[in-house]
Design a protein around this ligand. Structure first.
Ligand code: SAM
Length: 287
């Protein structure tokens, strides 16, 4: 999570005259346990998805037609396995770049004989662009994404307007995007990004309107100090980093109760131990 530290503040390798894409992760190889290695070897042919440039046929991939949930950044995969076990009528496609995490998810799939999980170990941005068909997903869930808490790293946050447009295209009409985070400043950023997407509607009644997050000049305001009026005295306050939650009425209005289908996750526990709050944001694709 917040331990992810890029080598430098920018992802543009200007010294060598080429530009690297901005990534939402730093790849940590990590050592595989024996169990993870075995699970990867044994289950990859049936449960693993290699990167390709063709759209996946989800019916073929899961061997049936059922609603498909995509989880991005599943970490150790325990909560993904819990959901797959609790919802045998649904299929779960998980994407996680950390290989030991993919191995650990497959250990769970093997132990619990889960046939409704498939996993990819690639960057979700590539998998989405290249392999997921438009209008194919029931839900996209991103639980406790890396918050990239320093301001100069905010550009590395996965949830950005263009990325959300891509997610929305992959959802069926009526499909949902569910983001949970323990980092208030990221929750505020996500609320602004999701609310201002014209195809999404917050699932909570009486949610804040998009206008609250857009300046008079049409600029997206992800800084909560500027919400609803463009003045720092308007709503909430700038949230000091890494502290307990600070009352922010607009954020409170925009968040959902945690739905019963979302299990606790490893990073959620860590956040709670550190005294953070937890915010769930759930939006529906309208048409
Ligand atoms: C803070 S962890 C949260 C893990 C898990 N969801 C949980 O709550 O315990 C975020 C995870 O997202 C993964 N991740 C970040 N960007 C990603 C991307 N573009 N594609 C796939 N995985 C990504 C990281 O490797 C990391 O494991």
């Amino acid at each position: 999570m917040s331990e992810n530290k890029p080598d430098s503040d920018t992802n543009s390798d200007t010294k060598n005259n080429f530009t690297r894409p901005i990534r939402s992760f730093v790849k940590r190889e990590g050592k595989l346990t024996g169990g993870q290695k075995n699970a990867l070897e044994q289950l990859w042919p049936t449960h693993g998805v290699d990167l390709g440039d063709q759209r996946l046929d989800l019916t073929e991939l899961f061997g049936r037609t059922a609603p498909v949930v995509l989880e991005i950044g599943f970490g150790n995969g325990l909560s993904l396995a819990d959901m797959a076990e609790a919802h045998p009528d649904m299929d779960f496609f998980g994407i996680e770049v950390h290989r030991p995490g993919v191995g650990s998810c497959l250990v769970q799939a093997k132990k619990r004989a889960l046939n409704n999980i498939r996993v990819s170990g690639e960057d979700a941005v590539l998998v989405l662009n290249q392999q997921i068909a438009d209008g194919s997903l029931e839900r996209v869930q991103i639980f406790f994404p890396d918050p990239w808490h320093k301001k100069r790293h905010h550009k590395r946050r996965l949830i950005q307007p263009v990325f959300v447009e891509q997610l929305v295209a992959k959802l069926k009409p009526g499909g949902q995007i569910h983001v949970a985070t323990d980092w208030q400043n990221y929750a505020e950023h996500v609320l602004a990004v999701l609310t201002t997407n014209p195809d999404l509607k917050n699932t909570v009644a009486d949610a804040p309107l998009a206008a609250s997050f857009v300046s008079a000049e049409g600029e997206l305001l992800t800084d909560s100090a500027l919400w609803a009026g463009g003045s720092s005295s308007a709503v909430g306050s700038v949230v000091p980093e890494g502290t307990a939650p600070i009352d922010n009425p607009l954020l409170a209005k925009g968040c959902s109760e945690r739905p019963s289908y979302r299990p606790d996750t490893k990073y959620e526990h860590r956040g709670i131990r550190l005294g953070h709050g937890v915010w769930d944001l759930i939006f529906t694709k309208e048409k």
